[in-house]
Design a protein around this ligand. Structure first.
Ligand code: 13P
Ligand code: 13P
Ligand code: MG
Ligand code: MG
Ligand code: MG
Length: 386
């Protein structure tokens, strides 16, 4: 019998800027889900948050993209947004881009990660919850978990993993995906996912039997809304153990606080810092970006847990390094590469600034002089530069 684990998340307003939701918002969402559990639509659920994003973790038998489940999540977020409006919280209803639900929350603002599974004898699952970053932030750790033997010993040791994994990479601009096989196509995978703003690892499958091992929410809010409306703070599900990476191998990939896009106004690079639930609120420069990991066992759809997996002194040095990197990056102020590049800034004020200054730009060098300069620099003739 198959069950589905769904995480649907949204930022529907928060206390004190973009720091964290109000407890009454979580209570309002919980009430909606509790009623659905009573009615039998949900088997189980857990409501949590990371930073200002509310996360609904749900189990049910409706499969992925089920309209009833998506509508339920939508209603829970509406209830939480209503509280935000009453309390005059910041950016109430931020990620609910549409006024009306239309069968599926995809494209309406919330982020979605769902896996339908036949429960294994022990179904160990880790849910990841990040704030102040984008879906591509998971590219590096997901790659390391499922393709890097220096991270995951099991790729070498465990016969069930030895053939490798299939990576489904999604192009968020084109809405297309490609399936690539690791280790054989490792370099192709990296050629794509090294551009995390565009290519996002969406799903991972075990090659030996096609078992789905991971899923990442790939919604990019600014692409949906056409303007900057807050970052698309992502969630991910990773199954572990028993022919899959061990929990410790999965977590190991987060021991390096790599640079991701997000942070202040969704416009800065900063380290992704692994934190326990008590630190799942963002303050310094509205960040830095962070990720929380919850460990579960699923028993006939029941959510057993969570274990707050980054609540371990073993991650203290990662956090310390992350804070040092945050300090180093911050000193760049409004300069790249702390501030994101122009492609990523196109939904902000930058186009308006360029437009305003358009007539004040004066030509200070003739075109042929510029050409000669670049020809000299590259050691080619001028003609080749046309
Ligand atoms: P234990 O001996 O503690 O069960 O550990 C088993 C293991 O494989 C750890 O990765
Ligand atoms: P969120 O995407 O978490 O709402 O953050 C928005 C922001 O602008 C933070 O500075
Ligand atoms: Mg917000
Ligand atoms: Mg957020
Ligand atoms: Mg957001």
């Amino acid at each position: 019998e198959k069950i589905t684990l769904s995480i649907i998340k949204a930022d529907v307003g928060s206390m004190s800027g973009h720091v964290m939701p109000h407890p009454d918002q979580l209570a309002a969402a919980t009430k909606v889900l509790a009623e659905a559990k009573q009615k039998g639509l949900l088997i189980d659920f857990y409501v949590t948050h990371v930073g200002d994003d509310i996360q609904l973790i749900m189990t049910h038998r409706k499969g992925v993209d089920a309209p009833e489940i998506h509508e339920l999540a939508w209603n829970a977020f509406q209830a939480a947004a209503k509280v935000a409006k009453e309390l005059k919280l910041y950016a109430a209803g931020q990620d609910l881009l549409s006024d009306a639900f239309s069968g599926n929350v995809r494209g309406l603002g919330p982020g979605v990660a769902e896996i339908e599974m036949v429960e294994r004898k022990a179904e160990t699952v880790i849910t990841f919850h990040a704030d102040k970053t984008e879906p591509g932030a998971f590219n590096l750790p997901i790659f390391r978990i499922f393709a890097d033997p220096f991270n995951t010993a099991g790729l070498v040791i465990d016969p069930r993993m030895h053939e490798g994994f299939i990576f489904e990479v999604y192009d968020v601009f084109e809405g297309k995906s490609v399936k690539l096989s690791a280790p054989e196509e490792m370099y192709d995978i990296l050629a794509l996912i090294g551009t995390p703003s565009r290519y996002v690892v969406r799903r991972v499958y075990r090659k030996s039997d096609n078992l789905q091992a991971a899923v990442v929410s790939v919604e990019r809010l600014n692409l949906i809304a056409g303007k900057y409306v807050g970052k698309d703070d992502p969630v991910a599900i990773v199954r572990a153990q028993h022919g899959l990476p061990a929990v410790g191998e999965v977590l190991e990939a987060f021991s390096f606080p790599h640079l991701v896009a997000g942070w202040m106004r969704g416009s800065h690079h900063g380290p992704l810092i692994p934190v326990p639930q008590r630190y799942a609120r963002v303050t310094r420069f509205d960040g830095p970006p962070r990720v929380m990991a919850l460990g579960w066992n699923i028993a006939k759809g029941r959510l057993i847990g969570p274990v707050d997996l980054f609540d371990d002194v073993a991650f203290d040095e990662t956090r310390k390094l992350g804070v040092q990197i945050a300090e180093y990056m911050r000193r760049h102020g409004p300069f790249m590469p702390h501030r994101l590049g122009p492609e990523e800034m196109e939904y902000t004020t930058l186009p308006a600034v360029l437009e305003k200054l358009k007539d004040r730009f004066v030509k200070t060098e003739e075109v042929h002089v510029i050409k000669r300069h670049s020809a000299l620099l590259s050691g080619t003739s001028e003609e080749e530069h046309d």
